[in-house]
Design a protein around this ligand. Structure first.
Ligand code: ATR
Length: 302
């Protein structure tokens, strides 16, 4: 038994004989809840697997992933800042990973590395579990970076009435509208872009939204992407405000609460994207064996 030089004790498959080994890669990664979530699924579905954390150097993802799979690793989850590296690393992408432009789930099959993106499906499943009706809803998506791009496809698939993408500057939001125009047309969704400043203007934002999703990085810095004037336009009593960040009530969530909206953080999305990855790796037939909402409830109470 030798320790692979680029892997550590948590992810070297040679230390976990008799178990299939998986890992989450990110930098930083010590805060990650993914090992807890996947070990819970493994227990529920009685799977002999180990799931560890891996923190490659910022320029070292490819080397770490190569070593992991060469040593017998079965699959990886990938988080900030490596989702684009993971896309490049994949030999074969699923359609939704191609549309998302990023990969959060890798696995090896017949010597080939496959890349998928389960983030958008995770968000949609969490919204549905919270009773949010996406079909025919008016949706506002804040942000036009990787996090926003990852969820647009799965949201459009459920045919909301409209999806407005708002960003500080329009160029990135316009690009996303172009990229998803065909899918939006097929699903008969009005897909539009705005600047965040447009949201303050009742001529440019003529109605409020049923669902407002914060996919900006603002939540990480206690900032909200919405000004007070914008908040007045976009929320109504009964709106649902969803922040992809988890672990605290963000400034965005607090604004929404003050305007009569219901709120959610992104912990459910984290659990649901993990469930999707687990089923890709271990078999879709295990869907009835795992209980993501019970795992979520346990995380919330711990
Ligand atoms: P990620 O992959 O997490 O989406 P990203 O690609 O860097 O990260 O995108 C971050 C998003 O958050 C962008 O839409 C960014 O807006 P800009 O394109 O204008 O930079 C948005 N963002 C970051 N900080 C923000 C803030 N304080 N207020 C509003 N938007 C912010």
């Amino acid at each position: 038994m030798t320790l692979n030089a680029t892997l550590d004790l948590h992810t070297d498959p040679s230390f976990f004989q008799g178990k299939d080994v998986y890992a989450v890669a990110g930098n930083p990664i010590s805060h990650s809840k993914s090992p807890t979530i996947h070990q819970a699924f493994a227990e529920q579905a009685q799977q002999a697997m180990h799931y560890g954390r891996m923190q490659p150097q910022l320029d070292g993802f490819t080397k770490a992933a190569k070593s992991f799979f060469a040593a017998g690793g079965k699959g990886m989850n990938v988080t900030v800042p490596f989702k684009l590296d993971a896309k490049t690393f994949s030999d074969q992408l699923t359609d939704r990973a191609r549309l998302a432009g990023a990969v959060n789930t890798l696995w090896i099959q017949d010597g080939k590395i496959y890349g998928d993106n389960t983030d958008g499906a995770g968000l949609v499943r969490d919204l549905l579990a919270q009773g949010i009706d996406i079909h025919a809803a008016r949706i506002l998506l804040l942000g036009a970076g990787g996090a926003a791009r990852g969820v647009i496809g799965p949201l459009l698939e459920l045919s909301p009435k409209c999806l407005v993408i708002a960003n500080r500057s329009t160029a990135k939001a316009d690009e996303l509208v172009k990229l998803f125009a065909d899918l939006a047309a097929r699903k008969q969704v009005a897909l539009e872009s705005r600047t965040l400043a447009d949201l303050e203007n009742s001529q440019k934002t003529s109605h409020s939204f049923d669902l407002v999703i914060n996919a900006t990085a603002a939540g990480l810095t206690d900032d909200s992407p919405l000004s007070e004037a914008a908040v007045m336009q976009v929320f109504k009593p009964g709106s649902f405000a969803y922040d992809m960040v988890y672990g605290k009530n963000t400034a965005f969530m607090n604004q929404a609460l003050q305007h009569g909206a219901r709120i959610s953080d992104g912990l459910g999305m984290l659990v649901e994207q993990a469930a999707d990855a687990f089923l890709i790796w271990r078999g879709a037939e295990l869907a009835t064996e795992i209980n993501p909402r019970a795992v979520l409830a346990k995380l919330r109470s711990s």
